[in-house]
Design a protein around this ligand. Structure first.
Ligand code: ADP
Length: 474
């Protein structure tokens, strides 16, 4: 059994839970300890005790730990990428790429630990100076989803540590293996006891106990809207950062490069099995290119090789679980009932191993008001909305409660510039898939997608530090 990490010690529990390979449900990968309320409270106390000394540690110490951990992740990226793909179901090249990305994030924040600055400003009053500095927040609770089992924990844990906070980390139930590997690496890289605590276990127990505990100063969460709403409700007015998915539009205009537009839809909508909060799930296409675009994309989707995530040549792995598969199928069925046309996909695929394989699915003839265009599916499913012109496309793109990412494929500078300005989303992509971002710049959305300061890049410090303004008279 893989243990919990609390106060610098590895602790076994009486209960454990297995993680299962979604490409092959006969493959039980490991057993992980399941924390309960008592372990959660002990971990929070350990973080509380460790926070003051860690807050006073030097930038060099924090840098060195993050640097060492990043180096190890990079050196072991093939093996860790394989574990990730086995556990989550994205194909091996994507698993390895994610492990590499997690290492890059650790390295970036190793640098950020050294780059911390303040400001010294002359007062408007004679002789007085004003210093503006950043201080750690204290104890940060980190709750993460299953779709990026290494990258999302890395982009929350690394800035938390770089800026001097102690961490209580609760990963998603489906992917404890990747989380455990990351915690183990950071632990061995020299994180002092109590500074990083790992609690594998059920969200409704461990996560909820974290939300309810006032000894945690801040919560950063990525996951569903329903759980995000719980986090917000548990901490009214508190320091909370929420990323809760999207219903991201990809607009394709008549003047788009067809090959590029099809590639953007394929990558944005279906790579990583469409299980990305930035997935291009609404394809908004103008009349002149609609039929050519749909036909080319449908052909590419029908030819996509779907199978075991670790098998050579497979282009799309399984969805993550039976629950997720059931939800995806229910969304497809509802879209058909509401008038959508199933252009390709929609069926469960049989392979040599028992896994959750769903054919990449394209639904055409949909309207913005249909459920398929309002609720996140989180699977290899995209819907097409046919529109008259750019203005109608922009209106449809913004007709959603979400606002994470919006994309446009066009060769018109005028429309690209207008879209960058008017798209109601935190991130905008021109001639690029909506999914696939850099790690050294901010990440995050608007409207129902996100709450609180952006993640990643130098902007990460907004959430992970408190600003202090000190006045000194001679
Ligand atoms: P997903 O659909 O991506 O699994 P969830 O919102 O259910 O989204 O899960 C995201 C994270 O939130 C997971 O780590 C999960 O364990 C955790 N979680 C689930 N329920 C709660 C809760 N009541 N309080 C805190 N965390 C929770």
């Amino acid at each position: 059994m893989k243990p919990l990490l609390i106060g610098g010690d590895w602790l076994r529990t009486s209960h454990g839970a297995g993680n299962v390979n979604p490409s092959d449900t006969a493959d039980v990968i490991d057993t992980h300890a399941e924390a309960g309320i008592a372990e959660t409270q002990t971990a929070i106390a350990a973080a509380r005790d460790a926070a003051p000394a860690w807050g006073r540690s030097t930038p060099q110490e924090r840098h060195d730990i993050l640097r060492r951990a990043g180096d190890e992740l990079l050196a072991r990226r093939e093996k860790l990428g394989r574990l990730l793909s086995r556990e989550e179901g994205k194909i091996l090249p994507e698993g390895i790429a994610e492990a590499t990305r997690a290492a890059q994030i650790l390295h970036f924040f190793a640098g950020e630990a050294l780059r911390q600055t303040g400001e010294l400003i002359p007062s408007v009053r004679p002789g007085i100076t004003v210093e503006i500095t950043r201080e750690p927040v204290g104890v940060v609770g980190i709750i993460t989803p299953w779709n990026f089992p290494l990258a999302i924990p890395a982009w929350k844990i690394a800035p938390a540590l770089a800026f001097g906070n102690a961490v209580v980390f609760k990963p998603a139930e489906l992917v404890p293996g990747s989380a455990w590997a990351l915690a183990d690496i950071l632990h061995r890289a020299g994180t002092p006891p109590g500074v990083l605590n790992l609690l594998t276990g059920p969200g409704r127990v461990v996560g909820q106990a974290m939300l309810d505990d006032p000894r945690i100063d801040a919560i950063t969460f990525t996951g569903s809207q329903a759980t995000g709403a719980r986090v917000a409700a548990a901490r009214p007015g508190g320091r909370v950062q929420l990323e809760m998915g999207g219903k991201n539009p990809l607009v394709v205009l008549d003047d788009a490069d067809l090959d590029r537009a099809v590639h953007c839809a394929l990558d944005g909508g279906f790579f990583s099995t469409g299980q990305r909060c930035t997935a291009s799930s609404r394809l908004i296409v103008t009349e002149g290119i609609h039929d050519r675009f749909v036909s080319r994309l449908a052909d590419r989707l029908a030819a996509l090789k779907v199978g075991h995530a670790l098998e050579e040549g497979v282009e799309m792995g399984p969805v993550v679980s039976q629950d997720q598969l059931d939800q995806d199928l229910a969304h497809i069925e509802r879209a058909r009932r509401e008038g959508g046309h199933l252009r390709t996909g929609g069926e469960v695929l049989r392979r040599q191993t028992r896994g959750y394989f769903l054919a990449p699915t394209l639904i055409t003839g949909t309207e913005p008001a249909m459920t398929i265009n309002r609720e996140e599916v989180f699977g290899p499913v995209a819907s097409v909305i046919r529109v008259r012109d750019y203005d109608a496309a922009l209106a449809a793109a913004n007709d959603t409660p979400f606002g994470l990412c919006a994309g446009i494929c066009t060769t018109s500078l005028k429309h690209a510039s207008d879209f960058k300005r008017k798209a109601e989303a935190g991130m905008v992509m021109v001639n690029l898939p909506t999914a696939g971002v850099d790690y050294h710049v901010p990440f995050g959305g608007r409207k129902a997608s996100s709450h609180g300061p952006k993640e990643q890049g130098t902007h990460a410090r907004e959430f992970f530090t408190e600003t202090k303004i000190a006045y000194t008279a001679p």
